[in-house]
Each structure stands twice: as structure tokens, then as C-alpha cells.
Ligand binder design. Sequence first.
Ligand SMILES: *Cc1c(COP(=O)(O)O)cnc(C)c1O
Length: 377
Amino acid sequence: MEQIGFNKPYMVGRELSYIAEAHFKGMLAGDGRFTRHCQDWLERQTGTHRALLTHSCTAALEMAAILADIRPGDEVIMPSYTFVSTANAFLLRGAVPVFVDIRADDLNLDERKIEAAITPRTRAIVPVHYAGVGCQMDEIMKIADRFRLLVIEDAAQGIMATYRDRALGSIGHFGALSFHETKNIIAGEGGALLINDPVFAERAEIIREKGTNRSLFFRGQIDKYTWVDIGSSYLPGEIIAAFLWAQMEEAEAISTRRMALWKRYHEGLKGLEEVGRVRRPLIGADSRHNAHMYYLILRDLADRTAFIDAMRAEGVSCVFHYVPLHSSPMGREVGRTAGTLDVTTNLAERLVRLPLWLGIEPHLDRVIELIHRVLAK
Ligand SMILES: *Cc1c(COP(=O)(O)O)cnc(C)c1O
């Protein structure tokens, strides 16, 4: 079989002409016309108060940690089954990541285990919407309200997905999105911070602009700009925004095509679940996901390793996902666990992700057939 990679970035076609437009107009620094288009689109798409483009989701999480005023020794509750940036953004402010187990059904932070993890030092909760499937946000927001905590959604995988008809990333105080080339809508490297609580909007612009009030100055709200706060350079240049805008214009079409692929896997692999050979993704009734990922849960680590090897031998690249942060060298050193992480440990060893990218369509039946063949042995 022809080699099938795990991911292949999809280009809509207009990216280069928009980049050329930025080039010819000599608009290369950030916050130009394309950045505004992207931010306006995000505000419409998610219903957030304010969207700010960043150079990554990691950067958006770092901004959120600054805006949340996280201090050394503060505790931040998050799943262990996530990407390192979820934890690093808060660690950079001196916080202690507190790892809580995930739900066995959708692999999201288990909201029933959050309360037991809260101490007088807890400042924030960071739910991660795994595979673009929403966490139980209503329950999480209730807990946050009761204990006066901030909620920062790691919605890196969540563009175009909703929980109870609200966009992922738009429900907590902040949401962080990613446009990394492995996500649904891409800019190579890119991200956005959604500021859902207007209280934080002005300071967010300042922190993103190196701690200056430059944005207020350009809007004519002040007559000179100066250094007023801590900050860094979190904004992408217009070349990135131009690329991203081309993608955003096609976001609906991209979503529709990804969903069709996701459904072909889901239908095509149904038989394997019926005979108890695998478990397919479970999507709760509250969620409209975005087909970010298709995964299977296999029997155990040995089963998964054998599966990945057998698929690779036939030219199809399948990959596992996170090494749980609580078991990584850094996580063990700087984090704390609350309760057992049995579900995390178990599922992290059994989950395998299948190739899902636009352009795989003509090969998908063969990939599904191959999966059946490999798992029949
Ligand atoms: C991709 C991802 C990130 C990091 O996104 P970048 O844009 O690469 O910084 C963070 N968290 C999760 C859950 C992700 O999937």
C-alpha cells in the first residue's frame, strides 16, 4: 500500500495570494488587516468578548496565566492526560500543577474529582477539550464559582466544536486555541486567546504588546504609549495571519470534510466494537465535536504496540498520544496528583490515533480494511 502518513497539512489554495497581498502592501508586523479579519471571525464564530491572535496556543495559555495573576505556590488543577503546554504556562509563573484523573468515556478532566483536589492555594482550573469534545463545562463553572476560581479552557483542539451550543473556549474566563499544523484550521504555528470576561480585555492587549499600552494608542484612546505592565511579544506577524485568514474562510468546508472522514472510520470500525475487540470514541449528547481526531482504545499496551507496528509494516502511520504528565520526569518533580490517576494511566497506554487529514479520502477504505485485518489476528 502507498505510504499513509499520520498527518498532512491541508492548504485551501488562497494562502499564498493573501501572503503576497501583505507583502506588496508592506504590512508585515502584527495587528494589520489580516489579524483583524481573523480576530473578527473568531469573535463571531465563538461569541467571545475579545479574540487576540497569538503565535501559538502555548502563548495564549501563558497570557492567560499572567492575566489570572498566578503567583508562586498557587495551585492549578488540570488533567495529566494533556500536552505539556497546559502545565508549563502555569509553571512559568511558579504554580504547582495539580493533576486530576480523566473520565473513562470521553477522556476529559473528570469534573466529579475536581472538588477533592481543591485547597486554599487553588487558583484556577484548566479543562482540556480532548479531541474537540467538550468537557462538562456547566459543572466545572459551578465548582469554579463556588470556590472563586478562574477557568482557562485549553481548547487547542476545539475550533468549531460546541458544548451545549456554546463554542469551546468561550465558556470559561479564558480560552486558548491552536492553529498548529496538526490542528483542524492551521497557520503552521499560531493560536488565539479568547477573553470571555471583559474585565481582562484591556490588560490582555497590554501583556500581548510587551507590557505597553500600544493598542490603546493606535486606537487613539491615549496620546502616547509607554511601558505600564509586565508582558512579552505574543502576537504573530501578518504573514501568519494572512495564511490563517485563508483557512478561516474555508473553515466550514474543512469541518464538513473532516466530519465525513470521522464518520467513515466510525461506521467502518463499528463491527470491531460489537465483537468487543476495540472501543470507539464516545461523544456525549452535550457535545458537537469537530472531528479533530479519530482514535481507538485497544486491549492493553502490548496490543497497541503490536497494532502500531503491524500498521507501519503496511505503510500506515498510527500514533499514540500523551505520556501522562504526572508520570513524566518534569511532572513528577513539580506537580502533585490528587486522587488516583488510574483511568489516565490505563487509557494512555491503550489509545491509538488513526490518520485523519483532508486528501486521505481515496485511501480510507483500504486503511479501514487493513485495521480489520490487523486486529483479526
Ligand atoms: C496542540 C496543543 C497545544 C499546543 O498548541 P501550540 O499552538 O502548538 O502551542 C496545547 N494543548 C493541547 C491540548 C494541544 O493539543
